[in-house]
Design a binder for this molecule. Sequence first.
Ligand SMILES: *[C@@H]1O[C@H](CO)[C@@H](O)[C@H](O)[C@H]1NC(C)=O
Ligand SMILES: *[C@@H]1O[C@H](CO)[C@@H](O)[C@H](O)[C@H]1NC(C)=O
Ligand SMILES: *[C@@H]1O[C@H](CO)[C@@H](O)[C@H](O)[C@H]1NC(C)=O
Length: 191
Amino acid sequence: MQVNYFGHFLLTLLLLPLLKKTGKPLEPSRIVNTSSIYHNIGKIDFKNLNKTNYWYKFQIYAHSKLALVLFARELTCRLRGSKDTHVVINSVDPGAVGTNIFYSFGPIRGAIIKFLFYNMFKTPWEGAQTAIHVAMDKKAGEVSGEFFKNCKQASAHWNAYNETVAKQLWEESVRLVKMSDEELNHCFLDL
Ligand SMILES: *[C@@H]1O[C@H](CO)[C@@H](O)[C@H](O)[C@H]1NC(C)=O
Ligand SMILES: *[C@@H]1O[C@H](CO)[C@@H](O)[C@H](O)[C@H]1NC(C)=O
Ligand SMILES: *[C@@H]1O[C@H](CO)[C@@H](O)[C@H](O)[C@H]1NC(C)=O
């Protein structure tokens, strides 16, 4: 959760003044975060946001990827309040990419998964295309809080559209990264 979500959350907020300063109407600052198809099985369990001892560790990965989509939606809402803000944030599902991520299941299981599914996986080059699309395409820069897949805007799981959860996740994240109200307000000020 720290690597996949809380780190992005904090870094993005700390960069916000600069992103706001450099974003222009026709060339917004773009934040692109890599979610995953596994956000579908993610849940936001507020009592256990910092829990690390799941019996099935992969579950935390899924939670973190759902949290990223919710974050993109909530930040979009919060930025909409300030006029003249040209910052967009979207998340992407790169697809199943044959990277070394599968070795996090262990060396043997990782090698078996890679071997079995080799032909179905995208190469890292292919897997990067949706993120590049969202970072570069003119139309993709006109939306915010959205989810992209195969270089197209797509629907995330309905859990990612729950505004109450997005707002509460934001508040919990601010608390867990230990940001004060003053520091948070500072992130939304103009440089
Ligand atoms: C998520 O977005 C932030 C801000 O653009 C960026 O610094 C970070 O590298 C991104 N993370 C991933 C995994 O794409
Ligand atoms: C996890 O969060 C709970 C509830 O916010 C808190 O009481 C606990 O100290 C946290 N644990 C760690 C390891 O940060
Ligand atoms: C949002 O999630 C909360 C908590 O899980 C749930 O009680 C509520 O019904 C959800 N709202 C919608 C519109 O799905």
